[in-house]
Design a protein around this ligand. Structure first.
Ligand code: PGA
Length: 235
């Protein structure tokens, strides 16, 4: 793992942008994208740049079950707002939160991932070590799944909703097996609440209890963390 420690998320966004630019310059065509607070500064840098993704494909990690693309809390909406409306891709895929049949939806998504091998996958990390919405205990070989969110994830994400009851209880998420197949992975983490999990991810045992720990086995991972998130890596 290559670890880049930055002052704050603004500087992290600039470093994240460089990773995207380099991938694009090297011919990357398929970008795995993420939502949440973490990637916002990287997307802002991309939006402000002249990078051209109009011949590229994006595949997002996850979407809440029950939320449609026009729902302001949906990840479709987030992606349109932060990136796609300003930097369009030729094709942008997310799981369909309103799909009637979960089995068909997960199979559809796996087929898309299979057809469009991911060159660069962007990740955030949950305080419980989740990547995408692959909560602790998820299989390292997993494909796209409908996942029940843990209480800690629901609590962490309630800041985007009026109250905790409004946070969906389920999400579709690309599986860890698919994430691990990406050629290159960029994980960003900011703030003191991520320090303990970043330590576990980098230095702890590889265990399904900390889904991100599997990244130790990937041959090309860049971690961008601010000083607060990287604070426990020194010892
Ligand atoms: P955050 O979420 O970027 O909003 O901190 C990250 C995650 O839960 O994967």
């Amino acid at each position: 793992m290559k670890i880049i420690v930055v002052k704050d998320s603004i500087e992290g966004g600039r470093e994240g942008f460089k990773v995207f630019k380099e991938a694009l310059d090297n011919g990357a065509k398929v970008f795995g994208l993420a939502t949440g607070s973490t990637p916002e500064t990287t997307y802002a840098q991309i939006v402000d740049s002249d990078l051209d993704f109009s011949k590229c494909t994006s595949i997002n990690l996850d979407e809440y079950v029950g939320l449609g693309a026009n729902d302001p809390q949906s990840y479709h909406y987030f992606m349109n707002q932060h990136l796609f409306s300003k930097k369009p891709f030729a094709h942008s895929y997310l799981p369909d939160g309103l799909a009637k049949n979960a089995k068909k939806e997960t199979a559809r998504y796996d087929a898309l991932i299979e057809k469009n091998p991911i060159d660069l996958q962007l990740l955030g990390i949950g305080q419980n070590g989740h990547i995408g919405f692959n909560e602790p205990g998820s299989s390292f070989d997993g494909k796209t799944q409908k996942i029940r969110l843990t209480e800690s994830t629901i609590e962490a994400n309630s800041r985007f909703f009026e109250n905790e009851d409004q946070v969906p209880k389920y999400a579709y998420s690309m599986g860890i097996g698919s994430i691990m197949k990406a050629k290159k992975i960029l994980l960003e983490a900011y703030g003191p609440a991520k320090a303990e999990v970043i330590r576990k991810m980098v230095k702890g045992p590889i265990t399904e209890d900390v889904p991100a720990s599997i990244l130790q086995r990937h041959q090309d991972v860049v971690v961008i963390a601010d000083e607060a998130a990287a604070a426990l890596l020194r010892s």
